[in-house]
Design a protein around this ligand. Structure first.
Ligand code: FMN
Length: 158
C-alpha cells in the first residue's frame, strides 16, 4: 500500500466537528472530536473513537458517560478551544460557559445541540478506543447548520 494514497483516500471521508465532555474523580475532561457516527436506531447508539492516552479517554472509561456537543457553522473558535485539555475556571471550561447535566457531566451552553450517552461497549485497538454508547438525553438550543471538518481546513485522519 502507498501510504500517501492511503492518507489521501482516508481524508476523503466526510466528518462533522463536535466537542465531547466527560468527568472523573479528578474533574472535567473535554476534547474536540470528529470520529463519530450514529450506529443504531433502536436503541439509539452512537460510536466515537477517543484517543487512548487522553484525559477524555480516562474520564469516559471511568464514568461510562459523556456528552457530545454539535459545533455550529459559526463556532470554529469553540472547536479550536478544545484541541487542548480541559481547564475549569468558575463556571467556564476553556473559556466557555457550562452547566451540569442531570448526571453531573459538563454541559456547554453555546453549542446548538447536544446528546448525552452511556457507554454500552468499547472496542480497543490501535491508538483510539471506539466507545459504543446509548443516547439517553438530548437537547436542541438553536436550529442551525453544523460545522463540518472540511469547512475548517483542519484534518484528523489518514
Ligand atoms: C481536527 C481535530 C480533530 C480531532 N478529532 C479527535 C477525535 O475524533 N477523537 C479524539 O480522541 N481526539 C481528537 N482530536 C484530539 C483532541 O481534540 C484533543 O487533542 C485531545 O482531546 C486533547 O486531550 P489531551 O490533552 O488529554 O490529549 C482531534 C484534534 C483535531 C485537531
Amino acid at each position: 500500500m502507498d501510504p500517501a494514497i492511503k492518507k489521501k483516500a482516508l481524508r476523503m471521508i466526510t466528518y462533522g466537528l463536535f466537542v465531547a465532555t466527560s468527568r472523573d474523580d479528578s474533574g472535567p475532561a473535554a476534547g474536540t472530536i470528529n470520529w463519530i457516527s450514529q450506529s443504531s436506531f433502536t436503541p439509539p447508539l452512537i460510536m466515537v473513537a477517543i484517543k487512548a492516552d487522553s484525559a477524555l479517554h480516562r474520564a469516559v472509561a471511568a464514568s461510562r458517560r459523556f456528552i457530545v456537543h454539535v459545533v455550529g457553522k459559526d463556532q470554529k473558535d469553540l472547536a479550536t478551544a478544545f484541541f487542548r485539555g480541559a481547564e475549569l475556571s468558575g463556571d467556564r471550561l476553556n473559556g466557555y460557559r457550562i452547566e451540569s447535566s442531570a448526571n453531573g457531566i459538563p454541559l456547554l451552553v453555546d453549542p446548538p445541540a447536544w446528546f448525552e450517552s452511556r457507554v454500552v461497549n468499547d472496542v480497543r485497538g490501535g491508538d483510539h478506543t471506539v466507545f459504543v454508547a446509548e443516547v439517553v438525553e438530548a437537547g436542541v438550543r438553536k436550529d442551525t447548520e453544523p460545522l463540518t471538518l472540511r469547512d475548517t481546513g483542519f484534518f484528523y485522519g489518514g
